[in-house]
Design a protein around this ligand. Sequence first.
Ligand code: FAD
Length: 431
Amino acid sequence: MRIAVIGAGIVGVTTAYELAADGHEPTVYERLSAVAGEASFANAGLLAPGCVAPPGAPGMAGRVLRQSFGPHRRLRFGGAELLTRLPWLWRWWRACGPRPYRDNRERLYRLARYSRERLHACAARHGLDYQRSAPVTVLLRGPRELAAAEATLRLLREWEVAHALVDAAHCRRIEPGLHPDTPLQGGIALPDAEAGNCRLFAQQLKAEAEQLGARFCFATEVLDLDAPGARAGRSAVQLRARGVPGLAGSTPSPQERGFDAVVVCTGAAGNRLLRPLGLALPLLPVHGHSVTAPLRDAGEGRLAGPRGAVLDQRHGVTVSRLGQRLRVAGSAGFGRAAAAHDPGALAMLYRVLDDWFPGAARHAQAQAWKGARPMLPDGVPVIGAGARAGVWLNIGHGGSGWALACGSARLLADQIGGRAPELDAAAYAMR
Ligand SMILES: Cc1cc2nc3c(=O)[nH]c(=O)nc-3n(C[C@H](O)[C@H](O)[C@H](O)COP(=O)(O)OP(=O)(O)OC[C@H]3O[C@@H](n4cnc5c(N)ncnc54)[C@H](O)[C@@H]3O)c2cc1C
């Protein structure tokens, strides 16, 4: 089939790869001039199925309020725009109940576990180096974090995820670079979890997809879709696209093309194309920040900083090692100007970095980044048919798109190809 894939973030690239591997002819449309230029650009890099969780959990509403104030605050609301988000917040609040939370977390865990298997198989098959680092350690600063971790520990035991609840001394043996003076109660060691460079993987997988016959049209924005269904002499989906003015290689006049099917992988921007088809989703861009910097030499041929990745549970901040660099990522906010960095959020990242790995990074060469997690209220992506013949969705991967992408793409390709997927597709269907 001739299939248009809209968006070349990690989800669009993995989708194009799987479709091409199945013998389809995917054409990827991306409005930027390269892959992984938006949310997939500089995320924390965590690939830890046991840590993938929905945005809402029991007791979260109270925590959100507490975490919205003070110098270490994790959440930042953007004034009047908050009011327009009330319908999303209402759905999110309902997803915070114990039963929906558990169901959603399990759906995410199963997809993330499957995704990690697919990612490892794909990396081994093509010899891809995505700057993998391991293991992952969740740092619990005090008794409050230890108590809050109990719910996660119960699920890890139930799902038989390799893990150990360890004391502070053990954490420091796993990560010898941790600052000895920062108070630490203990941690959850996740020996099978890892971190990796999402953008680097997307760049390499794009080349593999091209080898299999996928085409990439960069600097090309899809303006609208029409899905009248296949009729004699007409494709199932009509798509109108035009070159983005000012970007090299773009052709600004709109062009129309027909396809047998389209997959929408547009991340947080999804609804602009979906709303006219009556398929709008409650997608909210939840902004976060990261800072990436080269690691300092710690002497004797070693680099400072983490060996793998640590997740500071209290502040929701991850410090991960990516090759010769360190990345610190976290914070959540919505309603603010999309492009502007939030100085308070960046200061919080630097403070947490300084707590755990003081002096490990070359701050003068640090690069700050802000991205938008494409978040649905229950946190579970929509992967499957879009209720219009020929329109498929792979969207809404929230704060875990890198950890979920490879499995999501296979799950979708199986559905398009009419094969029985290895996961229960109904758990990720349009709802
Ligand atoms: C601070 C931060 C930390 C994170 N940490 C992690 C982590 O540790 N682990 C993890 O798994 N995930 C993490 N995430 C989440 C992860 O980055 C996202 O879930 C993932 O990148 C989403 O991928 P995507 O392909 O759906 O969206 P995107 O990467 O945003 O891609 C969508 C693409 O569609 C294009 N597009 C949109 N509309 C159009 C159109 N009309 N025409 C053409 N192109 C279009 C856009 O230009 C964009 O390139 C983090 C996110 C943030 C912000």
